[in-house]
Design a protein. Structure first.
Length: 390
């Protein structure tokens, strides 16, 4: 007999599976995935969790073998009964194990792995741990995962934190149709990509500069996630899954249109909304100074390191991905530097090494030249090298 919490969780899984918009997007993603060049004939398909198992109709005839992973006894029983009723046990293996812990042996791993994602910014629940484990221990190194990428976005808001004179600063999911006073455009913070083997960071700790569109009292952020299931297929839902989240700031501040605001974001994926830490402070406008050391050895060394990184990306077949990043960031987006936009856009795999190069350049320039290059100077130097390479 399942306990009350389990029944509630199972009911949520059932509601999500019933959502016609969600199911339609997943079906389109499956069709796109099987039509692609990355999947051969009769692949091994892993369905991670009961929600993904409800898609067996869409994969059974296309797959050579199906692996279903679920650890909840009640949901395992539901899957067993469904497979028996449909006479589909012949090429289906049901593994009763936690999706975050399961490991498939080399040679038995899946060519395609499908998992349902319901956690905005993968803050709540097991999503981060499950997706990380699936990529490491379930799907082949050159296999395909559904979802493909998660784009984490945010907006500055003036959402109320008081009702009837009583205040309560607590993160919460927005209600369906809830009006939220927004003070900025939607900004891309980071991307979780499953197209490479880079890990999901254990801790997200970053500072973002945003220019508000409106004056107002900044009380928090609205977090949203765009879920790309397969190339060109975005998950859509009715009222369930990937709901936007309102996260209050530790201290509300008054902001003005066009005046930069520094947002500090700190959380651990999977740790829960209550463990997030978001703060904000207003910044004075700063002018970008000209860089007068273009021919110095420090600058040339930075150019060479960037050139080596670009060559490495091209050798690994990532040249087209890099081109997309440059196309997106080459034109200023109004309220952030192009370098900041670049760091928001590149994959986790590349963000850390590029940031280390940039930080090293700033340190060397400060100690040897007595001058620190601005974001715009660094972006222009990187763009110069990129244009030479392409």
């Amino acid at each position: 007999m399942s306990n009350g919490h389990s029944k509630l969780t199972n009911g949520d899984s059932f509601a999500n599976a019933l959502d016609p918009h969600r199911r339609s997007s997943l079906v389109r993603a499956i069709e796109r995935t099987f039509a692609g060049d990355d999947v051969g004939s009769e692949p091994t398909v892993a369905l991670i969790g009961w929600g993904a198992a409800t898609l067996i109709d869409e994969v059974y005839d296309r797959a050579g073998r199906v692996v279903i992973v679920e650890d909840d006894p009640e949901l395992v029983e539901s899957i067993q009964q469904g497979l028996y009723a449909q006479n589909r046990g012949k090429k289906v293996k049901l593994i009763e194990s936690a999706p975050r812990d399961v490991t498939l042996k080399s040679g038995d791993r899946a060519d395609v792995a499908i998992a349902a994602v319901q956690s905005t910014w993968i803050i709540e629940g097991r999503a981060a741990a499950v997706l990380e484990n699936v990529r490491k221990n379930v799907v082949e190194s050159d296999g395909v995962m559904v979802p493909r990428r998660l784009f984490h976005m945010f907006e500055l808001t003036s959402a109320p934190n008081r009702v009837g004179g009583l205040g309560l600063k607590t993160p919460r999911f927005t209600r369906p149709g809830e009006p939220v006073p927004v003070l900025s455009e939607s900004k891309h913070f980071t991307t979780t990509s499953f197209t490479n083997d880079g890990p999901i960071p254990e801790t997200i700790d970053d500072t973002i500069i945003v220019k508000p569109l409106l004056d107002g009292r900044l009380t928090g952020l609205r977090l949203t996630t765009i879920c790309e299931l397969a190339e060109g297929v975005i998950q859509t839902t009715s009222q369930s899954g990937l709901s936007s989240v309102l996260v209050p700031l530790r201290e509300a501040i008054d902001i003005h249109a066009g005046q930069p605001v520094s947002i500090h974001i700190c959380y651990e994926p999977g740790s829960g909304l209550e463990e997030t830490r978001f703060t904000a402070r207003s910044l004075p406008d700063e002018e970008t100074a000209q860089w007068g050391h273009a021919d110095h050895a420090v600058t040339e060394s930075f150019r060479n390191r960037i050139a080596e990184m670009i060559d490495r990306a091209k050798r690994r077949g990532r040249g087209q991905d890099l081109a997309k990043v440059v196309d997106y960031t080459v034109d200023p987006h109004g309220d952030v530097s192009r370098l900041t936009a670049f760091f928001w856009t590149i994959d986790e795999e590349w963000r850390k090494p590029v940031r280390e190069m940039v930080d090293a350049f700033r340190t060397e320039a400060s100690s040897q030249l007595g001058d620190v290059p601005s974001d715009e100077t660094i972006y222009e130097l990187m763009l110069e090298v990129y244009e030479q390479k392409f």
